[in-house]
Design a protein around this ligand. Structure first.
Ligand SMILES: [Zn+2]
Length: 663
């Protein structure tokens, strides 16, 4: 019998290895379920034997206690910023200066992508991560070690031990993870992050490491300082980082001439959208460390490196109107209605102006010419007003005091930028709730389009989602422009939706913070609406992955009489409010299959879809090859679909994939 200490040591090593295979090499050997089972086994052992907890335990990645504040730490060696330029001439001057200052020497440049993330310094002692510090002002930053531990591509223990080393790199959010975060925030009507960098930077400074862990931050290492390492070139150092267990960017190149550097820049300027992370240029570093030493640094930046940036993708257009959209939770969002303009390949006619504060800060007025910007997957945003083109009669925009839909005075919660209409009966909110309820990922009610929702609410045929199931054919058919056939379609759609499982019903209610996954976890744990209603907020919070805000929100919602009356109407209509006993799982549909997901999916974020593939026994990979068994093609699937067709690989669209896995 192995002792608990042996078992803990063995599980820790095994899990760390799988973590490395999955998060750094992207070549998982075991399923997520198996990983979770092992992790739980380790967590149980650690709880039973707290004295045996190892410093590199993977259970620490899940997130520990709240940090009240982040102590300030002075960097051993300042984290300088790089000189940067948008101009090829300046890059040429940089190259010429280096050749002048190092006459007769052989020059090579290490050229890398400039990841648009947040710089971070990591310190390892005796092979263990002891400190993670933000760049801050370059001289001192904030220590955020507990958050850094949750980033799975950062090793807690180096694969080859070293007494001491400092590693620097960039924390970033993949486009997939970013889209997923914003998708959830949109569902909860929380303010969206403008771009992955803002989201990464905000996430790193959150006080709850558990939330940080959920956000799926990634890290590319690009700098190593290790007195005991024997490296002469920057690129050797980066290779060594890979051996130590870090994720390093694969698109590196050694260049010997300006032409080669420009060629690399042009290639990535054109192909940046194909990467799953944002880049904003390239970084050019003198490769030889001895030569770097000869050139030294100014107070601000090293003299041997230069960032050559991509120009932002911007266009100008006229802002016709500022519209106000009232969402289903009552948040009022200003939206710019624009003269349609082509930006990075898509026609843009609307852009969110986020909130009142943002509107006023930028002093955006109707009739203004504005600068629009978009990069990669990022939502187009209004960067600034072109003041010289402002019409003489333009007046500052005043945010209304009352709801544009129902005239209820708007509420401004202290400490929150959102402005809200708190009238639960506000037609805009009722419509929003019904649209959410009937949407594809919720109850998926066929025949209930947007225009019909508007009519049903405006004609007062329904006041909340509970009334949907008591609609009668005649009343619906009497609506304007409504054929009897369409009315019948709606009733059939409603009837069909009654078979949706309980977790969909819970999600469909659109309760704040209750996304699809949370709804699934809650109904799985409590089994029914009634049990969930009886549970205290503390009991709800004890469920895996449920935080305090979620627990509070669901508890308050279900114990409110008005809300419960809606639930009772749904129950009377025969909807599933009790979880079905889970059937024993037979062979999984994707067992042993290699699946590539490409294009934009409407139901799930990329990450979520990949998790589903794993749940159903498959292995998600990112590139199409002969070994691929199945390609799931969303919208704008592009080159991967073409390649899959060429290789004769089975291709499913989103709907076909969803029905295959029974979602
Ligand atoms: Zn209102």
């Amino acid at each position: 019998m192995p002792t608990p200490a042996d078992k803990i040591r063995q599980l820790t090593e095994e899990l760390n290895e799988h973590n490395y295979l999955y998060n750094v090499l992207n070549k998982p050997k075991i399923s997520d379920e198996t990983y979770d089972t092992l992790l739980r086994e380790l967590a149980d052992l650690e709880e039973a034997h707290p004295g045996l907890l190892l410093p590199d335990s993977p259970t620490k990645r899940v997130g520990s206690d709240l940090s009240k504040s982040f102590p300030t730490v002075v960097h051993d060696i300042p984290m300088l910023s790089l000189d940067n330029t948008y101009s090829q001439d300046e890059l040429a001057e940089f190259d010429a200066r280096l050749r002048r200052e190092l006459p007769g020497e052989d020059l090579a440049y290490a050229v890398e992508l400039k990841i648009d993330g947040v710089a971070l310094s990591l310190t390892y002692e005796n092979g263990l991560l002891v400190r993670g510090v933000t760049r801050g002002d370059g001289v001192q930053g904030e220590e955020i070690t507990s958050n850094v531990r949750t980033i799975r591509s950062i090793p807690i223990r180096l694969r080859n031990p070293m007494d001491f080393c400092e590693i620097r790199g960039e924390v970033y959010l993949s486009k997939g993870a970013f889209t997923e975060i914003n998708r959830r925030r949109e569902q909860n009507e929380e303010a969206l992050f403008a771009n992955p960098r803002n989201a990464a930077s905000g996430t790193l400074k959150m006080q709850d490491p558990r939330i940080v862990a959920e956000r799926n931050l990634s890290f590319f290492a690009y700098f190593l300082r290790a007195p005991e390492a024997d490296v002469t070139d920057h690129s050797e150092g980066v290779d060594l980082l890979g051996e130590l267990g870090f994720s390093v960017n694969p698109e590196r190149l050694t260049c010997r001439s300006l032409e080669e550097i420009v060629g690399y820049w042009e290639k990535w300027e054109g192909e940046r959208d194909e990467l799953d992370y944002e880049i904003d240029g390239i970084v050019v570093k003198l490769n030889n460390l001895a030569q770097q030493g000869k050139l030294g640094a100014t107070a601000k930046s090293p003299r041997w490196a230069m960032a050559y940036k991509f120009s932002a993708r911007q266009v100008q257009t006229r802002l016709r109107n500022i519209l106000l959209r009232v969402g289903r939770t009552g948040v009022v969002t200003p939206v710019a209605e624009l003269e349609p303009v082509l930006l990075a390949g898509t026609t843009v006619s609307r852009a969110t102006l986020h909130n009142e504060e943002e509107l006023q800060r930028k002093d955006i007025r109707e009739g203004d010419t504005v600068v629009l910007e978009k990069g990669g997957d990022v939502i187009p945003k209004v960067v600034e007003v072109v003041l010289k083109d402002r019409p003489e009669d333009a007046v500052p925009y005043t945010f209304p005091e009352s709801c544009p839909i129902c005239d209820t005075p708007l509420a401004r919660d202290p400490g929150e930028v959102a402005v809200r209409c708190n009238n639960a009966g506000c037609p805009a909110q009722v419509k929003g709730n019904i649209r959410h309820f009937s949407s594809r990922t919720a109850m998926d009610i066929e025949g209930l389009g947007e225009a019909l929702v508007d009519q049903l609410v405006e004609q007062e045929l329904i006041k909340d989602v509970g009334d949907l199931y008591s609609l009668d054919l005649e009343a619906v058919a009497d609506l304007k422009r409504m054929a009897e056939r369409s009315a019948r379609n709606l009733l059939n759609g409603l009837e069909a939706s009654k078979t949706q499982p309980v977790h969909r019903v819970l999600f469909a209610l659109g309760i704040r913070h209750i996304g699809a996954t949370v709804a699934r976890n809650l109904t799985h744990h409590f089994g029914s609406f009634h049990q969930l209603r009886k549970a205290s907020a503390e009991e709800i919070e004890a469920v895996h992955e449920i935080g305090a805000a979620i627990a509070q929100s669901i508890h308050v919602y279900l114990n409110d009489e008005t809300n419960w009356a809606i639930v009772e109407k749904l129950q009377a209509a025969g909807l599933n409010l009790v979880a079905e006993k889970q059937a024993d799982t037979g062979p999984k549909v994707l067992e042993g299959k290699t699946v590539v997901i490409t294009g934009t999916l409407t139901r799930w974020g990329r990450q979520q879809a990949q998790d589903l593939v794993r749940t159903h026994g498959g292995k998600p990979t990112s590139s199409v090859s002969k070994k691929t068994d199945l390609l799931v093609a969303g919208e704008n699937a592009g080159t991967k679909q073409a390649k899959a067709e060429e290789l004769g690989i089975e291709i499913l669209d989103e709907n076909a994939f969803a029905s295959l896995i029974g979602e």
